[in-house]
Design a protein around this ligand. Sequence first.
Ligand code: DOR
Ligand code: ZN
Length: 429
Amino acid sequence: MTLLIKNAKPYGEQAVDLLVRDGVVVEIGADLTAPEDAETLDAGGHVLLPGLVDLHVHLREPGGEESETIETGSHAAALGGFTAVFAMPNTDPVADTAVVVEHVRRRGEEVGLVDVHPVGAVTTGLKGEKLAELGTMAQSAAQVRLFSDDGRCVNDPLIMRRALEYASALDVVIAQHAEDHRLTGGAQAHEGAVASRLGLQGWPATAEETVVARDCALAREAGAALHVCHVSSRHTIAVLRAAKAQGVRVSAEVTPHHLLLTDGRLTGYDPVNKVNPPLRTGTDTQAMREALAEGVIDVVATDHAPHASQYKDTEWAAAKPGMLGLQTALSVVVHTMVEPGLLDWHGVARVMSERPAEIGNLPDQGRPIAVGEPATFCLVDPDAQWTVRGAALASRAANTPYEGMRLPGAVVATVLRGRITARDGKVVA
Ligand code: DOR
Ligand code: ZN
């Protein structure tokens, strides 16, 4: 299988042609000619990045197929420029055994549009009481490298300590949804002026900050790799900075929505804006952007959380938290990070591909665009503008907070090991 990519700008630099054979880049140069059997992709002078890698998505299968399936989620991922995603275990049944994680991985392979890596649960049934069999899942055919109780926090310090000790021995990562449930019982919105005015019970930022501080200490002691999911508070950044300076093996992610949206959107009580952790203040979004540019926050991860309308089109308190993210992530990063000059295209590749692949331990993703490397790419038209319509997104659910917004930057093609998986807004089956 041969693919010739014409007129692409790797990382936004000089335009080149790339010749791909059997999934690997074999030549990069000017005016390469297509061998007879070659498929051609005219890149139109657009920006070529390594395929995007998302450490945090909810694909809802098994058990939540009314909101998303591995198939529909894979479509959304390919259209969003992603070539690998990590699927969180809060499914039904929970992905806390080898059988379930192997099923998720196999379904991902059958669909074949994006590498689907199952995340294993840290505790059985996500109950926070008893460690799941991390070793069995890590050594299963699913090769689980990331464990998380996401949606819930591993709140018990003793369980978290044991999980980190196992993680260190197994060379896997514990991804923590940092939320002290004792501080967030009944919480509906960021604790602050907006929540008070709207009469919504507050989710204090300290519920995140204190868990991250505790976990960094436990990770240091265990010599384990800790990953902090969806950082939302500026105060957490100070904790991460201090831990990293001490050499703690900690990485962190921020979602596109915590880079862009604030609790100012809550005044209409539209549950599309309900998410956990909650949207915070403009001071927090600004701090997230700066921490991401600086590297204190390592990566962008979407926390793509599809919910069917029966879970979202209800009153605020009853609605499930979560927002779609896969098809809008790159555009939100362009808007919040590239346009203000906080990241260049190398920086985007770092936070959306290279670092996530390193943290998730994926040797053939997030690779440099170079001869001898896998042809796994995302092609971006940086000058395109598009209007988000939830109904037009590939996800089974439509709960996008960006409905009607005009966003910059469009993914025009995605390539996974030399195979085009999406092109001009359509999945290539
Ligand atoms: O908003 C969220 N939605 N936060 C989580 O932690 C879980 C997720 C979900 O599963 O819907
Ligand atoms: Zn979470």
